[in-house]
Design a protein around this ligand. Structure first.
Ligand code: IMP
Ligand code: MG
Length: 335
């Protein structure tokens, strides 16, 4: 803080939602602003026995004093957004940029019927690729063209920059993961936009000098959904045995899995100019760590795992996820 950008270091589903939900409760930022592609993201987090899912709103939604912003670079599915605003009862603190792109039925249809998108790339079917294509053609409608969204429109870039001028805390939320970047991932098995930290800042309308911390989130193992290469991929049976089996929160597909990949982690750190790391699901890789909230209580093996990542990357792991609840976290900056 004051300005922290959070991005995924692998292929999405690293657990950014939970990390952001934790940070929002702890730091109580004035603003959480979502960058990234759009509702192809699905962030899930549990808090005191209840599970929450967001696809459009920032994952900081649990902190009642945080204003929830969606940056101009992000695509909006109006039905999903309005449903989330209602579900979380955040009518008075949700603001979207006038220039957010709008996903229409035709984009969703295309995403779910075109062979290339549906079967070769294996998209989430949320309509984001076709909508971004129309945006590049400059025929996409924007939030300011949609009457039922007018209530929520604000100048997101101005709001964030003014809040930072006042020295208040802001979290900028990325979505997807570094290796789903249209520019830096394994094209064509990527999403329809760059999703590295610089693009996330651009999505919400701040420049690179504004950023104090770039937190890259890794999971203790790697997963990816859809097509494309995954080094050292394990079979579904092996993933089940290891407890790594996960199912997509947008599509329900079983995610493919592999062990933690240090080369990818190093590359993600460099692409995002990371200042710190978070590692999630340590309790899945090392069940004995479940629920631990103090670093000194970590057993030898999991501690060696964390320290080897720190030694290889030269960065500190400041947050470690040890369970599904937002508060199942080792926070090494906690006083
Ligand atoms: P699209 O972003 O829906 O066009 O999908 C392109 C590729 O990115 C597919 O492999 C998707 O599975 C993947 N993808 C997109 N968003 C996410 C995400 O939030 N988590 C994990 N994978 C994603
Ligand atoms: Mg997800």
């Amino acid at each position: 803080m004051p300005c922290t950008v959070v991005v995924g270091g692998f292929f999405g589903d690293e657990g950014k939602g939970k990390i952001i939900a934790y940070l929002a409760r702890r730091e109580k930022p004035s603003i959480a602003a979502r960058g990234g592609v759009g509702p192809n993201a699905g962030h899930t987090f549990s808090f005191r026995g209840k599970t929450y899912k967001v696809r459009m709103l920032p994952s900081a939604v649990l902190n009642p004093t945080t204003r929830l912003l969606i940056g101009a670079g992000v695509l909006i599915d109006s039905a999903i957004l309005l449903n989330e605003i209602e579900r979380f009862d955040v009518y008075d603190r949700t603001f979207i940029d006038a220039q957010c792109g709008i996903i229409e039925k035709v984009h969703i249809e295309k995403d779910n019927t075109e062979n290339h998108l549906k079967h070769r790339i294996g998209t989430t079917g949320a309509g984001t690729g076709p909508a971004n294509a129309d945006r590049a053609l400059r025929i996409l409608r924007l939030a300011k063209d949609i009457p039922k969204l007018l209530l929520y429109i604000e100048n997101v870039s101005d709001l964030i920059n003014e809040t930072l001028d006042n020295k208040e805390n802001v979290i900028i939320e990325g979505t997807q993961g570094t290796f789903l970047s249209l520019f830096h991932g394994g094209y064509p098995y990527v999403t329809s936009r760059d999703v590295c930290a610089s693009s996330i800042c651009s999505d919400v309308g701040i420049g690179p000098k504004r950023v104090d911390e770039v937190l890259v989130v890794f999971k203790a193992y790697v997963t990816r959904v859809g097509g494309g290469p995954l080094r050292s991929e394990v079979s579904n049976e092996e993933a089940n045995r290891l407890g790594w089996a996960e199912f997509g929160s947008v599509t329900g597909r079983q995610r493919r899995a592999s062990p933690f990949n240090m080369d990818l982690a190093k590359k993600a750190i460099s692409l995002n100019s990371a200042t710190h790391m978070a590692i999630t699901k340590l309790d899945v890789a090392f069940p004995e760590t479940a629920g631990i909230t103090e670093y000194t209580k970590l057993q030898n093996e999991p501690r060696k795992f964390i320290e080897s990542i720190e030694a290889e990357t030269g960065l500190t792991v400041i947050l470690i996820g040890t369970g599904p609840d937002v508060d199942d976290v080792i926070d090494r900056r906690k006083p």
